[in-house]
Design a protein around this ligand. Structure first.
Ligand SMILES: Cc1cc2nc3c(=O)[nH]c(=O)nc-3n(C[C@H](O)[C@H](O)[C@H](O)COP(=O)(O)OP(=O)(O)OC[C@H]3O[C@@H](n4cnc5c(N)ncnc54)[C@H](O)[C@@H]3O)c2cc1C
Length: 760
């Protein structure tokens, strides 16, 4: 058996490797693939028809999910699927990956791809269904290759909708089919743009690629995976409505295998978010020839979504908003900061972070037209020190300060204006979007001489230059690194492209890290899975959020321990600053509601405190009822919350089982006994993180440091890739207000100027 099985597996692997075109959305569409594939499927169909409905063996199918390609591997006997495993590692951990167990159970029960979608994980479910169908087609010898005749489409314009990133409504689009082809795709309604610029990048780049390839198997647009997924869903629905089979339209265009060399640069910047493009500007202004590498289809990164930077005594802002006088005691900020991190190991860098905060802003205001008049009075108070009433500032928004996202001013126009100005400073200067920096190129003496990158179409780019600045935004989007350094991944608000690439590149040439255990930036609390479907109304969703974020209920951790309250958990003893949920295990906790509490809410409504809870940070735009207004549909709200993994309910024993914790410890935290039959409801409150802080170790010149503390002369790190040096392991991100954004200006200016100096 073993020998035969091996050949089978090697054949299947070969098949899945080369002829995944039988599986929807696969690369291998070349002619050779087809012949192997036809041979294989002919052999399989012969075998299948000879005995059971399948040719026993292991078959793998692939398809495009929310975050990339998902894989389904199924073992078949002659008549059944005997085992199935899913590789959903590209999907969001708390959504797609969390659906894995349910999907496997459904597949084994249904013994087919005809399974129900898991609530909130429709895109993942659809991809698993397509991939499984491809494996089934293989096992049953049914030819579904890209070359196979697709079902004909009826010409017409079809209006479809799909839930997307937006919190307050679905995306709606019109797809025109003409002569059996996808002729046009128009998005007529979307709410993604309320949160940022990313939908526009999907609309501008993905739609032409779908039409050109006549396929929905093209890659999602980097930085806009949700919007891309929704657009693809709309086209798939239209194909099905036009009489086609959308599963047949997932063949992936062939990737380029070319290599392009670009050289002669003084400074290469990896990542054109805030700190990267500010580095680019400073290097160009200092006379360097600069090349910028950006993975997403637009510049700005998470910096495009921020309110603004800390601004310690900017001369320009002082002149405009404080009669030209300094407006904050920099020494007090410096001393408080050193006390907070509890060491003076990086005192020289923190001194710069304070003293250069204002001057760096002035430099970019004077030389690259940055504006910070977003808020009345220009300067606003610190989050934590009320006496620092002029501590940070806010970007001026586009269109005369009128264009705001839910989370901040739309200020990308300022980034574009600055980058274009810097690019024009030398005819050699350039940058590329949808280009991912993969690794540093070194010479025979291990000196850094460039960056190897991959373009969205598969082309390899090798960019050569005298120095490299790493600005890839930290590692919040890398679940393995999050678990390694912080024990848990986090719920993320912002783009997930910050996958720790810069930190890994720095380490690959001997760079070390600093304070990787600093807790992630968290300013927003909300249920971990925002419900985007119409299973609940916006007002009902607001009530669910209020039950999660209210301070009017006991709290327990994911480990079943009591949390919050006046035992000072979450309070930093050295400064007395409350830093809250970032300290909770898994950066989340549950609010606890007894059956009596829920009965009271049903008949007497929410408490004063809960009815005033702040629920619209990443909320669905719903209104909370007045305190005392009966909430008759509270059971439905909790039931749907449970479907979306925002609520757990049951007796202490049942809850302990669901949470994987000790029942007596949990019962104690619930104030009852382990054998109690009372029902409790636990509503998840998650800290939504902006990003990580732990980073590469750098000196005050922004040079990456080796184990022995010596600098790698031509390697720099900025922004979140170096912000660890201003923070401390086990502590929340320094909470003054706007500190991270200020660091993009300070670190960007210093690194850009030093890298340019090096090239001279
Ligand atoms: C919604 C939101 C609001 C925020 N508000 C504030 C605020 O008001 N004030 C504040 O101080 N901070 C705020 N922050 C924190 C903010 O992230 C930091 O202040 C700062 O923007 C980080 O800048 P950065 O340059 O390190 O990262 P980013 O601006 O995210 O830039 C990183 C860039 O690197 C690119 N990239 C990643 N990997 C690669 C690769 N391998 N190859 C090529 N390119 C790559 C990314 O696509 C991105 O463009 C907020 C964050 C979020 C998400």
């Amino acid at each position: 058996m073993k020998k035969k099985a091996l050949t089978m597996i090697s054949m299947v692997t070969a098949l899945s490797m080369t002829a995944c075109s039988t599986a929807p959305n696969t690369a291998a569409t070349s002619s050779t693939a087809v012949s192997e594939e036809t041979q294989a499927s002919e052999k399989a169909s012969e075998a299948a028809s000879a005995s059971g409905k399948y040719t026993p063996g292991t078959y793998t199918g692939e398809s495009e999910g929310h975050g990339g390609t998902v894989k389904v591997t199924a073992d078949f006997t002659e008549d059944a699927i005997s085992n199935v495993s899913l590789d959903l590692s590209v999907e969001t951990e708390s959504i797609g990956q969390a659906a894995s167990e349910t999907l496997v159970k459904e597949i084994m029960d249904a013994q087919s791809a005809d399974i129900d979608a898991v609530s909130g994980a429709t895109e993942t479910t659809d991809a698993v269904k397509r991939a499984l169908q491809s494996a089934i087609d293989h096992a049953s010898g049914t030819d579904k290759s890209a070359s196979a005749e697709k079902a004909a489409l009826k010409d017409g314009t079809y209006t479809e909708s799909a839930s997307s990133f937006g919190f307050t409504g679905d995306m709606v689009g019109e797809v025109t089919i003409a002569d059996g082809k996808i002729k046009d795709i128009k998005i007529t309604e979307e709410t993604d743009s309320a949160t940022g610029q990313w939908f526009k990048t999907a609309e501008a780049n993905l739609i032409p690629r779908i039409i050109e390839a006549q396929s929905i198997g093209v890659d999602a647009i980097s930085g806009a995976t949700s919007s891309s997924g929704a657009i693809k869903k709309i086209v798939a629905e239209a194909i099905d409505e036009a009489g086609g089979k959308s599963d047949e339209w997932y063949n992936a265009p062939e990737k380029s295998t070319e290599t392009v060399k670009l050289d002669g640069y003084d400074v290469i910047v990896v990542g054109l978010g805030g700190s990267g493009l500010l580095s680019y500007c400073a290097a160009a202004k200092s006379g360097a020839k600069v090349f910028g590498i950006e993975q997403a289809a637009a510049i700005g990164g998470n910096s495009a979504s921020v309110y603004g930077p800390m601004a310690i005594n900017s001369k320009n802002l002082a002149k405009k908003y404080n009669d030209g006088k300094d407006y904050i005691d920099a020494d007090d900020v410096y001393k408080t900061w050193i006390d907070y991190v509890g060491t003076d190991e990086k005192a020289d860098v923190i001194r710069k972070a304070v003293d250069e905060s204002g001057p760096a802003l002035d430099y970019y205001m004077d030389n690259f037209d940055f504006e910070f008049d977003g808020m009345e009075g220009g300067l606003i108070g610190s989050f934590v020190r009320t006496d620092w009433d002029k501590e940070w500032t806010v970007y001026t928004a586009d269109e005369n300060n009128t264009k705001w996202y839910v989370l901040g001013p739309d200020h990308t126009f300022q980034f574009t204006r600055a980058l274009d100005k810097a690019k024009a400073m030398n005819e050699k200067n350039d940058y590329m979007l949808e280009l991912k920096g993969d690794e540093l190129i070194t010479d025979e003496n291990d000196n850094v001489i460039g960056v190897r990158c991959t373009y969205y179409d598969g082309t390899t780019y090798e960019v050569y230059g005298k120095s490299v600045i790493l600005a890839t935004g930290g590692f919040i989007g890398n679940e393995d690194m999050m678990k390694e350094y912080l024990g848990h991944s986090a719920t993320v608000i912002g783009d997930m492209l910050a996958k720790g690439d810069g930190i890994k590149m720095g380490q690959s040439v001997g760079g070390t890290t600093y304070a990787m255990g600093t807790l992630p930036m968290i300013h927003i609390s909300q249920v971990p899975h925002v419900i985007r479907t119409d299973d609940l109304t916006a007002d009902q969703k607001a009530i669910l959020s209020a039950l999660a974020v209210t301070t009017d209920a006991p709290e327990i951790t994911i480990e079943g321990e009591k949390w919050g309250g006046d035992d000072a958990s979450g309070t930093d003893a050295s400064t007395g600053l409350t830093v809250g949920i970032a300290y909770a295990p898994g950066f989340m906790y549950y609010t606890v509601w007894s059956q009596d509490d829920i009965d009271t809410i049903r008949t007497k409504g929410l408490s004063e405190t809960t009815s005033k809870a702040i629920v619209n940070f990443v909320g669905n735009g719903g209104e909370l009822p007045e305190a005392g207004t009966p909430v008759e549909d509270i059971d439905k709200i909790l039931k749907v919350g449970e479907d979306f993994n925002d609520v757990l309910s049951g007796t202490p024993a049942e809850l302990a089982d669901k949470m994987g914790v000790d029942v007596s410890k949990l019962a104690d935290s619930l104030g009852t006994t382990a054998d109690s039959t009372d029902k409790f409801y636990l509503v998840a409150c998650s800290g939504w993180s902006y990003g990580t802080v732990g980073s590469l170790n750098i000196d005050a010149n922004m040079n990456v440091l080796k184990e022995d503390g010596t600098p790698i002369e031509n390697l720099f790190a900025v922004g979140q890739d170096s912000e660890g040096v201003c923070n401390a392991d086990g502590k929340a991100y320094s909470p003054w207000g706007g500190q991270a954004q200020s660091w993009t200006f300070v670190s960007g200016k210093i690194a850009g100027e030093n890298a340019a100096k090096l090239a001279k």
